[in-house]
Design a protein around this ligand. Structure first.
Ligand code: MN
Ligand code: MN
Length: 328
């Protein structure tokens, strides 16, 4: 325990590196301290460089590195909420998960789950940079085994297929597995931005029949951001809530660097307002997935991904600080 903690000051992040010129230093996420020990952190930034669950265009394994690199452009104090997540929480970059069984999908799911179970047991809330969306199911295995979470899910796709080519653990299936395992409460789940043709309706059907609230892109446009925020808050309520952001929920105009782009999506400012609107909920973790640098020649998708991670970080930090106050 530091001297500051003893005096009752909330734990904060060492921000010295972040305040140096932004092109300098080791490119951790926003140049937060590199900290491999989750027990020293309130919020752990984790890279999951894995795209073994992709059905079409791979490349999201390179997402964490480019998201970190782009995050050097960003600074600490949010211009709307005035939250500085680094002042109210100990935020550190844990680095990337090691994946010793990369060519064995089921074993990799177990490896990712074990990593997040350790992180959760150490008391840190996870904020992850993917990787493809298959990573969110093992994240839930690690952090939701003792109670299901609710979810605000921004994506063009519901990711609730049963399987593809016999594989149950790919980026179209994570939330079906999570519901089956009792890790995700479908009645506290809202999926926002859903669109794009499918060859079968079974994923859409599973979402609707399991009780998820599906906000199709057309409904989003008709309702407007504020009404969708109110609906998301109603659906997830007071319980523990995870934010999962697939960058293909955005229109490819803003985020072309992704494996399964679908035109007609959210704008970046709509997505930012949506995340900000979740302030005050009991956010327990989040991720940004499907940033695929090989399809991102301008680098803008990585910057967008890093910015959305920062938006989630702000509301996660506030919720984490509130839980800490309640616990003491
Ligand atoms: Mn997805
Ligand atoms: Mn998607």
């Amino acid at each position: 325990m530091t001297e500051d903690n003893k005096r009752g000051k909330p734990p904060a992040t060492d921000q010295r590196a972040m305040n140096q010129p932004r092109y300098t230093g080791i490119p951790t996420f926003m140049r937060a301290p590199y900290c491999p020990n989750p027990a020293e952190l309130d919020i752990a930034i984790v890279g999951v460089p894995y795209d073994g669950g992709v059905t079409n265009r791979s490349g999201a394994r390179h997402g964490p590195r480019e998201i970190r690199n782009s995050s050097s452009l960003m600074r600490a104090i949010h211009h709307v909420s005035r939250i500085n997540p680094f002042d109210i929480c100990r935020v550190g970059d844990l680095g990337d998960i090691e994946l010793p069984h990369l060519f064995d999908i089921a074993a990799t799911v177990d490896d990712i789950a074990a990593f997040y179970a350790d992180l959760h047991a150490a008391g840190a809330a996870p904020l992850s940079a993917g990787g493809d969306h298959a990573i969110t199911y093992p994240i839930f295995k690690g952090i939701a085994a003792h109670r299901p979470v609710g979810m605000v899910h921004i994506d063009a796709h519901t990711d609730t297929w049963d399987e593809f080519l016999g594989c149950k653990f790919m980026h179209g299936t994570p939330f079906r597995r999570a519901v089956e395992d009792g890790l995700l409460d479908p009645k506290r789940t809202i999926q926002i931005g859903i669109r794009g043709a499918q060859n079968t309706e079974e994923g859409w059907r599973f979402s609707l029949e399991s009780g998820m609230r599906v906000v199709w892109m057309e409904e989003f446009t008709e309702m407007g951001v504020e009404a969708v925020i109110a609906e998301a808050r109603r659906v997830v309520g007071d319980g523990p809530t995870y934010v999962s952001f697939d960058v293909d929920g955005l229109d490819p105009v803003f985020a072309p660097g992704t494996g399964a782009p679908e035109v007609g999506g959210l704008t970046t400012i709509e997505a930012q307002r949506l995340i900000r609107g979740l302030r005050g909920l009991d956010i327990v973790g989040g991720d940004v997935v499907e940033v695929s640098p090989p399809f991102d020649p301008s680098g803008n998708t990585a910057l967008v991904g890093a910015t959305m991670l920062y938006e989630i970080l702000c509301i996660l930090a506030e919720a984490t600080a509130k839980r800490r106050t309640r616990a003491t």
